[in-house]
Design a protein around this ligand. Structure first.
Ligand code: UDP
Length: 322
């Protein structure tokens, strides 16, 4: 059985669906602080909090857990600057609790949700796994701290980990059973779709004077179902004696904010009112990753890499929301 920590959230719920499709049993552990109970449509749900080590121990005692995938983290970069304690406590300290129980129970396999935010401002595009890691906010710093812990635990205790550094997760399950639902929502694509659905007046474009072809920021949007597939491959890789390692997961193609808005207009058939606004603090002009390592070592083949497909799956889910 696989323990999915944070399996009621956006990426964890998509992974839970895809891994169950392959006949692998799951237990979902989530405190529902940001996750949604009705996103847990597969496997067994156990409500619990990583801050309470006995909650974790109870789950490991109750189920034959062979591996852990860890998605439970706070992800608002701006909030991490204002309230770093919240981020270091949940994203670092609580992850150490989870690893502690894994060691107690002799569970060796760990797939970790890391982030391209561990790289900080890019000095080279595309970003490979060897790019220097100089995170510029507590969110990215906390994720890098966990990566450091994983290396040391692997050397000392034989933990087998794959740390997956996501670029911009986007889109939704092509069958619309789960999707993206954050509160508050800060991400570009769901905000644009709120405008398309008439739930929001306009989308603010944060900065139009960047050194990019159309002046707006370029990001690497990767479909959430492709991300889910990479987790399954990473686990198989570890179980087949693959070395613990770090992998970027991105599309390899960058799209500007304006391109995303234009594509969303085509996909939805709606006019999307865009308003030019000030730059958002801490946004690098371009973030595009190379995922060649995941393709080569994990045999990962993203299926939904067209921006229009990413937005279409997101829209099919989004337009059902109340
Ligand atoms: N963005 C924007 N308006 C918004 C939200 C985001 O222009 O209302 C831009 C943001 O500045 C960035 C890109 O869209 O360049 C993607 O932002 P998002 O918050 O989705 O992801 P991030 O790259 O911050 O992880």
């Amino acid at each position: 059985m696989i323990l999915i920590v944070g399996g009621a959230g956006y990426i964890g719920s998509h992974l839970n669906k895809e891994i169950n499709k392959k006949g692998i049993e799951t237990v979902i552990f989530d405190n529902l602080s940001y996750g949604h109970r009705d996103f847990v449509k597969w496997g067994t749900f156990e409500k619990g909090d990583l801050g309470n080590i006995d909650d974790i121990r109870n789950v490991f005692k109750k189920y034959p857990i062979e591996a852990v995938m860890h998605f439970a983290a706070f992800t608002y970069v701006g909030e991490s600057v204002e309230d770093p304690q919240k981020y270091y406590t949940n994203n670092v300290k609580n992850t150490l609790n989870l690893l502690q129980v894994m060691l107690e129970e002799n569970v060796k396999y760990f797939v970790f949700s890391s982030t391209c935010a561990t790289y900080g401002n890019p000095v080279e595009i595309p970003i490979t796994e060897n790019h220097p890691q100089n995170p510029i906010n507590p969110y990215g710093k906390g994720k890098l701290m966990v990566e450091t812990v994983l290396k040391d635990y692997s050397d000392a205790y034989g933990l087998k980990y794959a740390s997956l550094r996501y670029f911009n997760a986007a889109g939704a399950d092509p069958e619309s059973e789960v999707g993206e639902l954050h509160n508050p929502e800060t991400h570009l694509i769901p905000l644009i779709l709120d405008v398309a659905a008439g739930r929001r007046e306009d989308i603010k474009i944060f900065g139009t004077d960047y050194d990019t072809p159309d002046g707006t920021c370029i990001r690497d949007y990767i479909h959430v179902t492709d991300l889910a597939e990479a987790h399954i491959l990473a686990l198989e890789y570890l179980q087949n004696s693959g070395e613990s390692d770090f992998f970027n997961l991105g599309n390899g193609n960058g799209f500007s904010v304006k391109e995303v808005i234009e594509t969303a207009e085509e996909v939805t058939g709606k006019n999307i009112k865009a308003v030019e606004a000030e730059r958002r603090a801490g946004d690098p002009p371009i973030l595009v990753g190379s995922s060649d390592k995941a393709k080569e070592k994990l045999n990962w083949k993203p299926k939904y890499d067209e921006l229009s497909t990413i937005i279409e799956t997101a829209w099919n889910w989004h337009k059902k929301l109340k």
